[in-house]
Design a protein around this ligand. Sequence first.
Ligand code: 4NP
Length: 165
Amino acid sequence: MKTVSVCFVCLGNICRSPTAEGVMRHLVDEARLAERILIDSAGTGDWHIGAPPDERAQHAAGQRGYKLAALRGRQIAAADFERFDLLIAMDDKNVAALRQICPPGQRDKIRLLMEFVPEADSRWGGTREVADPYFGGAEGFEQVLDQCEAACRGLIAALRPQLLA
Ligand code: 4NP
């Protein structure tokens, strides 16, 4: 049975990447692909290792039916490039940080989450990034969720042919 493994990556691993992980788990379960698509998340920084997701992220996600409470922060490491097929970053700074620890020949595994939003979806003005909501208000967390929902649907659609091939 073919599988694919993805790790979502942001700065702290307490807002954006756990949200992406929670949304992706939910959609993958719905699509009955939980045994095929393996999902994790991590941060490029080390401040929140072992911490649960930010309360605001948990609350916003919970209102849409995504449970983040069991997730815990961890820091990305070079060894993750061996474990995962795709390391999916939230913004360009995350991409730069991933490139710094990327072993030779593994750069193609680094992608931006927003690459997976279908072109027809013109929300967010064509931005390539999921903005950091940490220092802002509740609307930032809603936008993170909107972007994660659209991109994770696109990601599942992009992975399906590989799983069936
Ligand atoms: P995240 O958000 O990268 O989406 O988890 C942040 C969380 C914490 C910090 C920055 C961004 N921080 O500076 O502690």
